[in-house]
Design a protein around this ligand. Structure first.
Ligand code: PLP
Length: 442
């Protein structure tokens, strides 16, 4: 690199720092109530936080409420919500049918400590929609659903090991990026490379008789919205079947891709599928379901059945809200329309980026997408090396200042509550931000 280029890069770095400093100052000045609440919360919560992903720099805004596609914060600002509660907010904040279902369920009595009239109805729709699910059980979160699915696979096969993919996220105790997490569950994990059929087959061959399960998201969500290639998933399906290894699709995020999840679009049927997020109508939710012979292990009327506990597994809010959402709102047609809307929106954003020759891109599937601050093709988490988080932060704070919420790392989802105007407004604001900072993003 020439001396001239080095100097240019340094001044680019300084200009990025200065732009970030400027928007950070404006952000702090505009949000005194959120700032004060966040600082006070430090006394009683580490970092003022109880859910890591909700922290961002310089501090997260406190939301006072939401209606439809919008949020409002403690300082009185109104935002269009493109975060959508990390995909759990599919229905928006106050869909009248969901609210009524949850209110009616509460009016009829909470904490019944018994089967209720909603759970089997919700289970029936899920079994009917997902080709891989003969029977299903509910949990309180996607994390729990994955833990139960792994337990079910280990018990069923009598094997110990679990294969996961580099960079994957399946819950706070199932985190496989950046060397994993010290709070991960102590299973014996075999790491395999994502979207690399040769590497994956090698890893399976080396462990075939010990592997109980392979756990994979058909699109890495938290890992950067990176879709798995169909050929890679086909090879994985064939190889797991050949060795009697249980293939688990984590569709906690991607199930919204079609009535029958992303597996329906791909035409690939795993042995177990895990679900979560919006499927409880916006209340806490998780589910794992699959082949009848695997799920039958949990039948309490059979000899040697395995226990599956969870005080709130069938809580009436999630069951009633989830059933109403699937039966009355998120129909197969609605799922297809949302998928197409997301694909079109992502294409529109990417076209704006290409027109300006910026080193950025959105990846994703349907209504879930993630921003990357590099221009080369990204298929695996390692391809994101070279990203500059400062650029993502700059864009995020600029868009927040214009009334649009999404995750600082660039993750976004669309909700059913959004209008075309909401999407157009985002595009206009994004266009303005790209114009202002084009030289820093090139
Ligand atoms: C793919 C995937 N699996 C599992 C989970 C964990 O779900 P929960 O946060 O409900 O425990 C998430 C959460 O974001 C997820 O994206």
């Amino acid at each position: 690199m020439s001396v001239f280029q080095t100097k240019q890069d340094q001044s680019g770095d300084n200009r990025l720092k200065s732009a970030l400093g400027d928007v950070t100052e404006r952000f702090i000045a505009a949000n005194p109530e959120s700032h004060a609440r966040w600082k006070k919360a430090h006394d009683v919560m580490p970092g003022g936080n109880t859910r890591t992903v909700l922290h961002y720099d310089p501090f997260p805004l406190t939301m006072a409420g939401g209606d439809g596609a919008y949020l409002h914060d403690l300082d009185g600002h109104r935002f269009t919500d493109f975060l959508g509660e990390y995909s759990a907010g599919l229905y928006g904040h106050s869909n009248p049918l969901i609210l009524k279902a949850i209110k009616d369920a509460i009016d009829d009595g909470m904490v019944l400590g018994a089967p209720n009239r909603w759970e089997a109805k919700l289970a029936a729709i899920i079994c009917q929609r997902f080709a891989s699910i003969d029977q299903v059980r509910f949990t309180n979160s996607g994390t729990e659903a994955n833990l139960m699915a792994l337990g079910a696979a280990r018990a069923f096969t009598g094997r110990d090991k679990v294969m996961v993919f580099d960079g994957a996220y399946h819950g706070g105790v199932l985190y496989f990026a950046h060397g994993g997490s010290p709070v991960n569950v102590p299973f014996t994990f075999v790491y395999a490379p994502y979207n690399d059929s040769v590497g994956m087959l090698k890893a399976i061959t080396g462990n075939a008789t010990d592997l109980a399960a392979v756990l994979i998201e058909p699109m890495m969500g938290a890992g950067g919205c990176l879709p798995a290639d169909r050929e890679f998933l086909d090879a994985l399906r064939n190889e797991t079947e050949r060795h009697g290894i249980i293939l688990i699709f984590d569709e906690v995020m991607t199930s919204r891709s079609a009535a029958g999840g992303l597996q329906q679009r791909l035409g690939i049927t795993p042995d177990i599928t895990t679900l979560g997020k919006y499927l409880g109508g916006g209340a806490s939710f998780g589910a794992f379901g699959g082949r009848a012979d695997i799920m039958g292990q949990f039948d309490p009327t059979s000899a040697n059945s395995i226990g599956h506990a969870g005080t709130f597994n069938n809580n009436v809010m999630s069951m009633a809200g989830g059933y109403t959402g699937l039966s009355q709102i998120f129909t197969a047609q609605a799922a297809d329309a949302l998928f197409k809307r997301g694909e079109d929106f992502r294409a529109r954003l990417n076209a704006m980026i290409s027109e300006r020759n910026l080193a950025m891109q959105y990846t994703g599937v349907g209504s879930i997408m993630g921003l990357h601050t590099v221009g080369h093709p990204i298929r695996i988490p390692a391809d994101t090396a070279g990203e500059m988080p400062e650029k993502a932060t700059l864009l995020h704070l600029e868009m927040m200042m214009r009334g649009f919420v999404y995750a600082q790392r660039g993750y976004m989802t669309l909700s059913l509550a959004m209008s075309d105007q909401d999407l157009d407004n985002f595009v206009s604001a994004f266009d303005e931000v790209l114009s202002i900072h084009a030289d820093l993003l090139a």
